[in-house]
Design a binder for this molecule. Structure first.
Ligand SMILES: [Zn+2]
Length: 53
């Protein structure tokens, strides 16, 4: 059985020795927000944020 690898590389990017978060964190609980076309959604506390253009 293969061991699972956490796909952290999708959430972070290292550039010039700096860790850049690719995804926004939930202001309420600190979880990563799910990216959608026109909104961001937290699956943990159900926080919803609309993207402004
Ligand atoms: Zn949340």
């Amino acid at each position: 059985m293969k061991h699972k690898t956490v796909q952290i590389h999708k959430l972070y990017k290292i550039e010039n020795d700096k860790i850049i978060r690719l995804r926004k964190l939930c202001p309420k609980c600190g979880s990563f927000l799910g990216e959608h076309k026109n909104r961001r959604y937290c699956g943990k506390c159900h926080y919803l944020e609309f993207k402004t253009q």
